[in-house]
Design a protein around this ligand. Structure first.
Ligand code: RRO
Length: 310
C-alpha cells in the first residue's frame, strides 16, 4: 500500500493536499465542502477584524497559464471563522485559520481570540496579501516583519505559521530565514502567496482583465511553479527546524511530487481548485500515488526534501 499521509506538527493529514487560503473557504458551506472532500486539511479565508466586501469586480480572471486576482480580502470578519473553529470536529482533519489583520494590533487581537478557544487549530498569519490598496506586503519589509513577528511570538502560547510572499534574491531569502529562525513557536512557513502585482492584457480588446489597481493583481497557476519550488526548497534548506507548506503552480500529481521533493510537508492548491472544484483532491491524490508506485516509493518520507543537485 502507498501511504500519502503526512503530519503538520503532531497533526496527521490523510493526504498532503488541501486548499490555499482564498479558494473555497470564505463561506462555511465551502469550508464544509473541502472538509468532506479528499483534501488532507482545510484553511479558512484570510480574515480581518471586521467583515470586508473586498475590491470591485471583476477581480479574478483565469488565463491560459493560471490566474490573476485582486480580491482585496473579502471575508466575513474573524468572528465568523472563530465560530466555525469553535464548533469544528478536530478528529476529522486539521483546520488552519488564516489571519490577515490590517495592522499588528488587529493581528494580535484576532490571534488572541483564536488561541483562547483552546482548540488544536493551526494559525497561518498572512504576511503577504498583495491586493489591499495602500497596504504593502509585510513580508517584503524585513524590519516591520521582524517587529510584527516579535510581538506575535511573545503573545502566542500555541505554534503558528506564516504565509510568505515569493522572494527572488538570495540575500532576501537569507535575511528572511534569519528572522524566522529567531522564533521557536513559528513552526511552519507557507511558500508562496501569489506573485504580487502582475498585469495580464487582452490583445483583442486592449484592456486589462480585472478592475482594481489599473489591472494589477496577484499571479497564480502555472506561471508561478518555478518560483514556488525555489522558495520551498530554499527555506527548507535555510530553516531546518521549520516545516514548509508548498503552494503555487499545482495542477497535477507531478507538481505535488515536485513540491514534496523540494521539502514540502504538505501542499496547498489555489488556482486549479478555483477552476476544477473539490473533486480535484481525489485526482491529485490518485496521480501522486501513481507516481510514487512507478518510482517504488511507499511513503512521502522516502523522497521528501531529497531533491538532487548537479
Ligand atoms: O484577498 C486577496 O486579494 C488575496 C489575498 Br488576502 C492573498 O493573500 N493573496 C491573494 O492573491 N489575494
Amino acid at each position: 500500500m502507498t501511504d500519502i499521509s503526512t503530519h503538520i506538527l503532531d497533526q496527521r493529514m490523510r493526504s498532503p493536499v488541501y486548499n490555499a487560503s482564498g479558494v473555497m473557504c470564505r463561506e462555511t458551506t465551502e469550508l464544509e465542502a473541502v472538509r468532506h472532500s479528499d483534501a488532507g486539511a482545510l484553511v479558512s479565508k484570510s480574515c480581518t477584524l471586521e467583515a470586508r466586501d473586498g475590491n470591485p469586480e471583476p477581480r479574478y480572471a483565469a488565463t491560459p497559464f493560471g490566474s490573476i486576482n485582486s480580491m482585496g480580502l473579502p471575508n466575513h470578519g474573524y468572528r465568523y471563522y472563530l465560530d466555525y473553529a469553535a464548533h469544528y470536529d478536530y478528529t476529522d482533519k486539521p483546520l488552519f485559520i488564516s489571519i490577515s489583520g490590517l495592522s499588528l494590533a488587529d493581528n494580535l487581537h484576532m490571534l488572541d481570540a483564536f488561541q483562547r478557544l483552546k482548540r488544536p487549530l493551526l494559525p497561518e498569519v498572512n504576511l503577504s496579501c498583495p491586493n489591499v490598496p495602500g497596504k504593502p506586503q509585510l513580508g517584503y519589509s524585513f524590519d516591520d516583519m521582524a517587529t510584527a513577528l516579535t510581538a506575535i511570538h511573545a503573545a502566542m502560547d500555541i505554534p503558528f505559521g506564516v504565509k510568505l510572499p515569493p522572494y527572488f534574491d538570495i540575500s532576501h531569502f537569507e535575511m528572511a530565514a534569519e528572522i524566522f529562525n529567531r522564533f521557536e513557536r513559528l513552526k511552519f512557513l507557507t511558500c508562496i502567496n501569489s506573485i504580487g502585482n502582475g498585469l495580464v492584457v487582452d490583445t483583442d480588446s486592449e484592456t486589462v482583465l480585472i478592475k482594481p489597481k489599473n489591472g494589477l493583481g496577484g499571479i497564480g497557476g502555472d506561471y508561478v511553479l518555478p518560483t514556488a519550488l525555489a522558495n520551498v526548497n530554499t527555506f527548507y534548506r535555510l530553516c531546518p527546524d521549520k516545516q514548509i507548506i508548498g503552494c503555487g503552480g499545482i495542477g497535477a500529481g507531478e507538481q505535488v511530487f515536485q513540491h514534496i521533493l523540494c521539502g514540502a510537508s504538505a501542499v496547498q492548491v489555489g488556482t486549479r481548485l478555483w477552476e476544477e472544484g473539490a473533486g480535484l483532491f481525489t485526482r491529485l491524490n490518485q496521480e501522486l500515488v501513481a507516481i510514487m508506485q512507478r518510482k517504488g516509493y511507499q511513503c512521502l518520507a522516502d523522497f521528501r526534501g531529497k531533491l538532487c543537485t548537479l
